[in-house]
Write a protein that binds this ligand. Sequence first.
Ligand code: GUN
Length: 297
Amino acid sequence: MTARIIDGKAFAAILRESVAEHVSQLKQTHGITPGLAVVLVGDDPASQVYVRSKGKQTIEVGMNSYEYKLPADTPESELLALIKQLNLDPSVHGILVQLPLPQHIDEALVINAIDPAKDVDGFHISNAGLLATGQQAMVPCTPLGCLMMLREYCGNLTGLNAVVIGRSNIVGKPMAQLLLRESCTVTVVHSRTRNLPDILRGADIVVAAVGRPLFVQGDWIKTGATVIDVGINRIDQGDGTTRLVGDVDYDAAKEVAGAITPVPGGVGPMTIACLLANTVTACCRAHSLPEPKGLAA
Ligand code: GUN
């Protein structure tokens, strides 16, 4: 069996088109332009690339982009003051503080200072709690993108065995909550789990977010399973060059799986598309307008 390749790049392009249509309708019908504020503290090169890409795509779908680039030694109090200002600004519907933050800043304090209604990352404790209790929440972008692709490729997820590898607040935990909401039987495994291959062999759905290159072996995958690889790891090829790989041994797994996301070009492009979708959702909620279908979880 050779797996169907889940084309995240194409999927994200379709989602962005849908976001752009909704943005256009919000402008025409209600005179509202959704706005996304992205805050970057410091000069981490990877974060700079992400933030640039977020700003570019925000503008491409017709939304307003507000970028705040602060020096690495910005005092925590100054960052908190900026967040307070953005919370109060009616033209800002979504706020994202790029992580990681410099050492001297308390990440949890900053995230929890964002108005939960504008927390388009879905990292605020209120949103985590709302999601865990099955209430309307802002859902973290990466798991939201994974869910959209799973729905497309598996259809109804009810009763399927889903194994999530990784227990981070950003991916593993919210992913497990979303799959529970879809009535999957969910197992969360991690680097300390015993008998991990045996657990995986019973999985109809595998979401790998463990952050270890090529960790999941092909013979751990059940025939026909759907495999979503969240990992993005750069490995040295030993000849002076590097390449990007996921958490799954893609070449082996694709011979067994029913469908699989490649790295790059799988989950990655969906994350920013879901950020744009979350901003439209937050904007509609802020204005008590009906939420566009297909953009939220
Ligand atoms: N750093 C890497 N990924 C993310 C993300 O999804 N959101 C934020 N805020 N920071 C990140």
